[in-house]
Every structure is written in C-alpha cells, then in structure tokens.
Design a protein around this ligand. Sequence first.
Ligand SMILES: [Zn+2]
Length: 244
Amino acid sequence: MSKNIKEQISCLVKLQGIETDRFNINIRLDKVQGNLEDLDIKLKAFEQEVENETDIIDEIKIQYRRSESDTQENLLRVQKSRVRLGSVKNNKEYQALIKEIEELDNKNSQIEDKMLEYLDYIDETEKQIGFKKKALIAFSKEVEEEKNNVIQKSEEDKRRLVELNREREETLKEIDSPLVDKYNMVRETVGRITIVRVKDSVCLGCNMNMPAQKYNELQRCDSLQFCPHCHRIIYWKNHNERSE
Ligand SMILES: [Zn+2]
C-alpha cells in the first residue's frame, strides 16, 4: 500500500522542487508593490522635470514683459525730454537734457539686448519642453504597460502558487509522516537545499566525495541516507534514469 523508500525519496525531491518554486514566487510577489511604486516614482520625476522647466519659462516671460514696459517707460521719458529741448533757456539745461536722452537710449538698448536673449531662451526651451512632453506621453504609456505587465505576471504567480500548494499537499500524502518530519528537521538545519543527489560518488550539495561504503549503501536505495559532510539527505539515481 505505502510507497517504498525509493519512491518516497522521489516524492521528497519533488516536494523540495515545489517548495523552491514557492519560495521564488513569494520573493517575486514581495517585490511587486515596490516595483509598481518605483515606476510611479520615475514617471512623477519626469513630470516634475517638465513642470519645473515650464515654471522657469513662465518666470522668463514675466521678466520679458517687465523689460518691455521698462523700455516703453524710457521711450516716453525720451519723448518728453525731446519736447523740453524745444523750450530750454540755456546751454547747461540743454546739455543736461541731451545727456539724459543718451542715457535712456543706452539703457533701452541694453534692455533690448537682454530681451533678445530672453526670446532666444524661451524659443529654445519651449522647443525642448515640446520634445520632453512628447517623450513624457510615450514614457507614461510605457509605464502603464510595464505596470500592467507586472500585475499580470503577479496574477500568474498567484495562480501558480495556488497550484503549487495543492501539489505540495498531494505530494505530502505520498510520504510517510516520520520521513516528512525528518525532512523538515534537516531542512531547518541545512536550509532550502535539503535533499541532494549523489553523482559519481560526489554529493551535489557540498561537492565532497562519499566514502565507498556509504556509496554502496546509497546505491541499494533501501534506506534513508545522509551526507557525512553536509548532513543533507542524499539519494542516488541510476544513469539510465532521467536526472533531476
Ligand atoms: Zn554533502
């Protein structure tokens, strides 16, 4: 009725495979939330970058308009001074007005140079922002796709996990409970690689050689054996059998 030791050891190997898969899936699932958040953070950073540049442009536009009204104000003052030129009473007053007009003209030409620089900057930066906005749309699509991808994969993982849990329960039923207890005990000491194959007299858990006597016992496949070096459960497979 109950399976022989060789068959049960096969079940233990299967059990270990199931548990490894479960472990890896759980690691992936643990990362899902963080991965989704990372994608949102990247998108936010890009949006912020575009927003900051737009703010700078707005600020430069304000400065441009301020300069524009400054030049108009100066022009008005120049016009007034020119009118006053017609009614000056002496040379000193005349010279003072001429000097004032010159200074205002100079100021305006400086401001106008600056305004040209502003315009160039606005032009260039608006072009860049245009490119970035396009890139942002593409990137946000990419992020959306990637997020869907992450969610879809995690759903697959969750379904697989349910399957693995069922397979685990079924496999456990195939193994005598003292053997399961032993397996769990060894697992607690040596970690997730609990049961390993011995190939050509070498333990694949620790790569150490088996003593000849031990290897002979192992090949009989009629008892539970442990590696004398790493203390994992060991098993042997005939070369004709499919390897793990
Ligand atoms: Zn070993």
